[in-house]
Design a protein around this ligand. Structure first.
Ligand SMILES: Cc1cc2nc3c(=O)[nH]c(=O)nc-3n(C[C@H](O)[C@H](O)[C@H](O)COP(=O)(O)OP(=O)(O)OC[C@H]3O[C@@H](n4cnc5c(N)ncnc54)[C@H](O)[C@@H]3O)c2cc1C
Length: 391
């Protein structure tokens, strides 16, 4: 029962990966990923759509039918139900991700808070929703977080605003604790990450008494994060949860560091990110007594490495302290094959109004295009499966 006999899960099996997809669905997905090869579309498309929606032009239907349907569960939690069921049928959990970005008023932050609390409630009701997630910038003004991190003195209005942020943050973590579910705090840009880390560690100390409820996210594309993770694990006795990712804001990080003339927090090359990512997996697995871990990655080597680590450390492959997670619409060959082999897997299922999830969709388009470097992996897999079905 410890690990699988051969921990190397084959990610080549497209039959398992796409077993619940019809030919028509696969063909639509293939068309979409082909479109990502048009650089102009990926660079200017999301902004064009945002403007068109603001001007009331009828583009919503087209977006819904294409990129939105592929990467999102819908506009509301109810809309996501078929996706939750579809994943559940293959033993895969859902992480409902209310993906609204760029809102900036207290009213919007309170709305986002109540929506996140609904995801906590859904997660407490359904076993197939093992985690909740939120971004701190969904409940706090970016500039305020920046100011808190800078150490500059807050005005008394800002002090009040910061207290409201702390209270929203606490409400989410408390709700997850009371509902006996787990909550990820997403990681964001390095110049606002310090207050996010502090709040998250504070909540871990408060709510992770019996097991990991609150999870921080560690971005291993930062050269200082492996040491940070190590010191968090070594210096705290309470249960800790970590979602490990490489990091999504590399361009912005490098650009800002250059513009403002400070050393970039990003690793010198991809190999260094990969090395630290795998080292972080090892560190978490070796501290599983007080740590739970979720590998948020589409990287096949890291996923295989985690399977091997579990086997080496005699960890049951169904141990609920170790999860693999991918995003909806990406890397089904990893998610479905891992789940098929008995590992714990969950997928982020983003949802929200079409106009508000456009920044998220723009990042997915870039990641799957030549700009993001992932030239055609998804396309290749889709083509392989369609080809296999012909024979
Ligand atoms: C479930 C899940 C949750 C996530 N949550 C977050 C989150 O909270 N915060 C967040 O920031 N991101 C998050 N991400 C996104 C993640 O950080 C990556 O951007 C994305 O998953 C691609 O990395 P990878 O590990 O899948 O694989 P790969 O495709 O192997 O790696 C690509 C990544 O490597 C790094 N990289 C690429 N080139 C270089 C280079 N030249 N030098 C140094 N590093 C390089 C970058 O981080 C790039 O995104 C999440 C992803 C998943 C699947």
């Amino acid at each position: 029962l410890y690990g699988v006999e051969d921990p190397k899960v084959s990610f080549d099996n497209t039959e398992i990966a796409f077993s619940s997809r019809t030919d028509g669905e696969l063909k639509n997905a293939r068309r979409l990923f082909k479109a990502f090869n048009y650089r102009w579309l990926v660079v200017y498309g999301p902004k064009l759509v945002e403007w068109s929606l603001k001007l009331g032009l009828p583009v919503k239907g087209l977006i819904r039918k294409t990129v939105f349907n592929h990467f999102c569960g819908g506009e509301s939690i109810d809309d996501c139900e078929p996706t939750v069921d579809h994943l559940k049928a293959s033993g895969i959990g859902t992480i409902l991700d209310y993906s609204v970005e760029g809102e900036n008023t207290d009213k919007n932050f309170d709305n986002t808070l109540s929506e996140i609390l609904k995801t906590v409630e859904a997660s407490s009701k359904y076993k197939s929703i093992p985690f909740c997630v939120f971004k701190t910038t969904g409940i706090a003004r970016f500039e305020l977080l920046e100011k808190v991190q800078s150490g500059e003195r807050l005005t008394s209005d800002e002090e009040d605003e910061w207290n409201r942020v702390r209270s929203r943050f606490d409400s989410i973590c408390k709700a997850a604790h009371d509902a006996e579910t787990k909550v990820f705090v997403d990681a964001e840009e390095s110049w606002i990450q310090e207050p996010i880390d502090s709040l998250t560690m504070e909540m871990m100390a408060k709510y992770n008494g019996k097991r990991a409820i609150v999870f921080n996210t560690i971005q291993l594309y930062r050269h200082d994060r492996l040491d940070f993770l190590m010191s968090c694990i070594n210096n705290n006795e309470f249960f800790q949860g970590y979602k490990l990712v490489r990091g999504a804001y590399m361009e912005q990080e490098r650009k800002r560091a250059k513009q403002m003339n400070y050393p970039s927090p990003i690793q010198p090359d991809k190999e260094s990110s990969d090395r630290d990512y795998n080292a972080a997996l090892k560190l978490c697995i070796e501290n599983l007594g007080k740590v739970e871990v979720c590998a948020g990655t589409h990287n096949e080597e890291s996923s295989t490495y985690l399977c091997e680590l579990m086997k080496e450390n005699n960890i049951l492959f169904s141990d609920s302290r170790v999860y693999f997670a991918q995003l909806l619409g990406m890397s089904d060959h990893i998610s479905f094959n891992l789940s098929h082999s008995g590992y714990r897997v969950a997928k982020y299922v983003p949802y929200g109004p079409v106009k508000s999830v456009m920044p998220y969709l723009g990042r997915r388009a870039a990641e799957n295009s030549s700009i993001g470097g992932q030239i055609g992996r998804e396309l290749h897999l889709l083509q392989n499966e369609l080809e296999r079905r012909k024979n």
